[in-house]
Write a protein that binds this ligand. Structure first.
Ligand SMILES: [Zn+2]
Length: 366
């Protein structure tokens, strides 16, 4: 996720913090400083660190449960609304997704229970003042964990409650329809949150925006994955693509740029094998920084991600989601086509109009 920094790595999962969470934490620290000066701010920093730890433990509740189903999470990003574990895939069975989703809030409930057992008496009204340093640290931490558990169970993406709802719906609606319904419910909740934010805490308005965007993103990702499912690259790729020879000059590259409406141009060697990717911007950079007769290939800063013609389009989704195209190669490693977000969007439209169009069978690949 953009705008985030790595804090450290635990069991192969990088823990990253999003800049919006830093802003949120600074806001809590400043509130403490205004109330009670430097000492209160110091205590508040300690408290914040403890909350941090609870959020990380919450995430590892998800991550370690997912690992039981064979799913690895390379990174987890901490946001003001909790954390988002970037799992390589989601559990296929709804009951597995349900367990993974519910494991996070369950960790917070366990932490709250343990803290309450240690601190003894508990005054909910006092503990709820999490920014008030005169209330005991353990009680505030327990209250924060209860808050985290409840907040994350709001049935809206990307909160865990959204996934629990989707998993429950998927048991009889199917994954795609369940996501659509869950995303709509989530956006409804985001709207209510926003409304509450307008008349109350402005922080809610900010969270509502986050939730609304996440719900839309989740719905689109799932629709894309659904359209791509079981589809070989050869059926979805663009075949009329302009490439740039490895030995081509800047001036030749400009001609190719003008002749097409492509954003990115695969660089190929004499045998037609991919040797990099030139973006429109890089070609223009080449014209600015070097001679028109100079070779253009050194300006290619990116490798072209590759996929076999018979491989499933699903494999290319992460790269496509980052906005980069994926080259499709035949068994000899020669470039035969290009997968772009555009080609996937077309497949989505075609599958919507005629779900059985050319699928699952089709004429043999070239
Ligand atoms: Zn969670």
């Amino acid at each position: 996720m953009r705008w985030s920094f790595t804090l450290g790595t635990f069991r192969g999962t990088a823990v990253r913090i999003h800049v919006t969470l830093l802003i949120f934490l600074a806001w809590i620290g400043m509130a403490a400083f205004q109330r009670g000066g430097a000492e209160a701010a110091g205590q508040s920093v300690l408290f914040i660190s403890a909350v941090f730890l609870c959020v990380v433990l919450h995430e590892f509740g998800h991550i370690l449960t997912a690992r039981r189903f064979g799913i690895v999470s390379p990174e987890v990003t901490l946001l003001p609304i909790g954390g988002v574990a970037d799992m390589e895939s989601m559990p296929q069975k709804p009951w597995q997704e349900l367990l993974v989703a519910i494991a996070g809030p369950a960790v917070n409930v366990l932490i709250a229970g343990a803290l309450l057992a240690v601190s003894g008496a508990f005054n909910l009204h006092e503990a709820a003042q999490i920014a008030n340093p005169s209330v005991g640290m353990l009680e505030r931490l327990a209250a924060t964990n209860i808050f985290l558990a409840i907040f994350n169970m709001i049935p809206a993406f990307p909160m865990d409650g959204g996934r629990v709802l989707r998993a429950a719906l998927a048991m009889w609606l199917g994954q795609a329809n369940a996501t659509r319904v869950a995303a709509a419910v989530g956006q409804g909740f985001a709207f209510l949150l926003g409304l509450a934010g307008l008349f109350g805490n402005p922080m809610l308005l900010f969270i509502a925006f986050f939730v609304f965007m996440a719900a839309a993103g989740e719905a689109q990702m799932t629709t894309m994955a659904e359209a791509a499912r079981g589809l070989p690259a050869v059926d979805a790729m663009e075949t009329r693509i302009a490439t740039i020879g490895r030995g081509a000059t800047v001036s030749e590259a400009i001609d190719t740029l003008l002749a097409t409406s492509q954003d990115d141009f695969p660089v190929v060697d004499a045998a037609g094998r991919p040797a990099g990717l030139l973006s429109r911007g890089e070609i223009v950079d080449a014209l600015r920084e070097s001679d028109p007769g100079a070779p253009v290939a050194p300006f290619a800063r990116k490798e072209l991600a590759l996929i076999g013609a018979r491989d499933n389009v699903d494999v290319a989704l992460p790269t496509l989601n980052q906005g980069d195209p994926v080259g499709v190669v035949d068994s000899d490693g020669r470039l035969v086509g290009l997968l772009t977000r555009q080609s996937l969007a077309e497949i989505m439209m075609i599958r919507e109009a005629r779900p059985d169009w050319r699928f699952p069978k089709r004429a043999p690949a070239p």
